[in-house]
Write a new protein. Sequence first.
Length: 398
Amino acid sequence: MEKNNFLTPLVEVRNCTMEFPGVKALSNVSLSLLPGECHALVGENGAGKSTLSKCITGEYQMTSGEIFVGGNQIKQSSYSIRESQALGIAIVHQEFQLMQEMTGVENIFVGHYLTQGGLIHWKELAAKAQEIMEFLQCDINLSIPVKRLRTAEKQIVQLAKAILSDSKVLILDELTAVLQEKEIENIFRIIGIIKKRGIGVIYISHRLDEIMSCCDTYTVLCDGRYVNSGNVKDISMPQLIKMIIGRDLNQVFPPVNEKTGDMVLEVRNLTAPKAFRNINLEVRQGEVIGLAGLVGAGKTELVHAIFGNHKITSGEVLIRGKPVKIKSPREAIKLGIGLVPDERRLLGLNMLFDIKDNTILPSMSKFKKFFAFRYRSSGVVMAINLFRAIRKDSNGKK
Ligand SMILES: Nc1ncnc2c1ncn2[C@@H]1O[C@H](COP(=O)(O)OP(=O)(O)O)[C@@H](O)[C@H]1O
Ligand SMILES: [Mg+2]
């Protein structure tokens, strides 16, 4: 679909500037979205894509600039998520915002329960949920807790929830970052269905091939500044990359290291029932090893097993040639192993700590060894910060 200048945009942002204390996240950014259009919002990490989305959804109020929804100007001083939702603007994030213990139906309808005489009409809700699934042509069990669904299925529950309330604008912020190729194709198919309904989609993704194959139009941001916008069919991938990073990209990946050093990690016949069997692996200094496989192939379990966080029944792990029995992540860290997990919020970070505390958390023992006092004091500081964070969190929720 090409830009049609005679249609009223579903959303139009004019000269949006957003300042946080000490950071100008957006400076004079404009964007417009037409009915049935899939508009890519692209830029490097920190370019301001999520901030612009949050200005559109009313989570942030812009420092200056104007937003029009369906041709009507929004009053910034009172704009809120509630108002944007009422205007039909919905957002789906990469990080799950579902209640894990609740079923798909409960998650989809939370806040919109149909009641009769004070009782929730579950049968009707289940039928309505089924209708949405049929509309999206997806077959997902919505009567079990969402924690038992696969990642891709959870994303679809989030999508269903977003389009339930007659959305006109759907913002997808890095939705596909955690999905596999086949599942991404399914999301594209769903976007196709949504577009036919006249819903406009703002699509944020790092994967440029997705942009090229799924989006009609684009806006590029760089360091919070507007760079360019237009029709996707008029540009090539190298042109898009140049706009995003501001120069030609000659080398996508670092060169392969020909001179690897000593063996640092060996995995021999490692087996964990139901996860993986007889895995052998060698990693040398200066080497990058790729672990490939479909979802459920056991990749995550394997790295967690090496890290002492998944039970193994046979096989061995050697660090610098010496057999080791790693029974906990603590032991793995002591042996010099680091793990950046896929579920960052759940496993990688303590979201109540600030960046400094998160950074020193894995190396606390070092402070203990050499600076008993400092270790103690940093422990105390962390406890205070945790207390503060919890208090702030619960105040925020009131
Ligand atoms: N709540 C916030 N407080 C302060 N700075 C923020 C906040 N949210 C985002 N930023 C900053 O604004 C800039 C844009 O961030 P973001 O919109 O998240 O980028 P993107 O989504 O493109 O990766 C970054 O420099 C980021 O650190
Ligand atoms: Mg972002």
